[in-house]
Ligand binder design. Sequence first.
Ligand code: ARG
Length: 457
Amino acid sequence: AENMLWGGRFTEGIDPLMMQYNMSLPFDRVMWKQDIAGSIAFARANMNNGILTAHEFSEIERGFAAIAQEWSTNTFEAKENDEDIHTANERRLSEIIGKEIGGKLHTGRSRNEQVATDMRLWLRDELRILDSHLCDLIKVSVARAEKEIEIIMPGYTHLQKAQPVRWSHWMLSHATAFASELQRLREVIARVNRSPLGCGALAGNPFQIDRHAMAKELGFDDLLYNSMNTVGDRDFAMETMQWGSSFMLKISRWAEDLIIYSSLEFGFVRLSDAYSTGSSLMPQKKNADSLELLRGKSGRAFGQMAGLMCTIKGLPTTYNKDLQESIEPLLDHIKTVSDSIQIATGVLSTLTTIPEKMSAALAPEMLATEIADYLVRQGVPFREGHHISGRVVALAENTGIPMDKLSMEQLKAVDARFGDDVQTCLDYERAVELKDAVGGTSKRAVLEQTAVLKKLL
Ligand code: ARG
């Protein structure tokens, strides 16, 4: 252990398994670029303090340019003692520019602030990419909603046929949920993008380092204002996973609808081959694996969130090594959510709708509310209208005659207030168009929704 970066007080070697157990370089290496950017900003600020000379700073910059070159060409050689990305980069710096200057880089600095800085920078960039993926998903939903506005399908409650709606209205019901997630994501990004640099190990920086200047250089929106909190805080990772879990929950419900709609029994939509798989045994099968994985991976995302919360909940204030356990789940979480959004966008943009199947699934009983509403327009109290309409439904059931095929005589026998114009109520398109209040399923109300969503994009 005396060979480790922190080995001054150590006399005995570290256990080999402990060495591996402790090591984060295999996964935190993805943050090499952020680690270098943070080091350069830190060195520049220490030059402006007088800790480093201009020459020393430019040597450090030169060294890091070479190291960046190595990482980006996959030629960085990790050494046995490289514990994490911070120690690896610093070790290499001293090799390139010499220990005399390289040894000054870490003045007043701790890996505790470094790791928080690297993670926040990395995460901020990833979340911005997720923002644009999510916009794409909403865009595809909106574009399809506009194009396929004429298609009418059964709307369900309790998975029972309820009232007719536009297919576009169904798509936008999910796009609206995705839009809430987009707004949440933007709020999360604002809190992620704040700078820990200059907080030290826990107590702050003793050399009057200009934290604002470092934050500005790194593109942070603001600072973090309590050094003890900053080094022990993984809210940015937790909140990201809470957001990701919430998003995955939404995409999982969307996927569940489409799994049902793409079954042979419903047949409302057909998944493109690009997002389906076959069966190794049953030649006829085309399975909606993309959708099932969207549903399945949501469980994994929730687990990562809950796992990190359990890791953190009992920690004493400030940094504890347990916090290193926040990195791997976060990396996987981001990849899972990112892939999921893109898969969903692919599924939706290549899906075929089968409008005949949707209209064939419409059933006259779904217009029972229209009959009650008709009676309301004749001055009948709704409760009574509801009851009368229920008797019409029962009559249709008992006689085996579909509700829209009952004769005028039969209807009038149920209630004398039925006029000949009641037949006009028994029309799906009309039913859909009548829901014209904001948020409803009329063409106007649906297009209004697309306009609202487009403002977010
Ligand atoms: N690799 C560590 C992590 O990911 C960096 C911080 C180490 N700090 C320390 N005091 N041991 O958390």
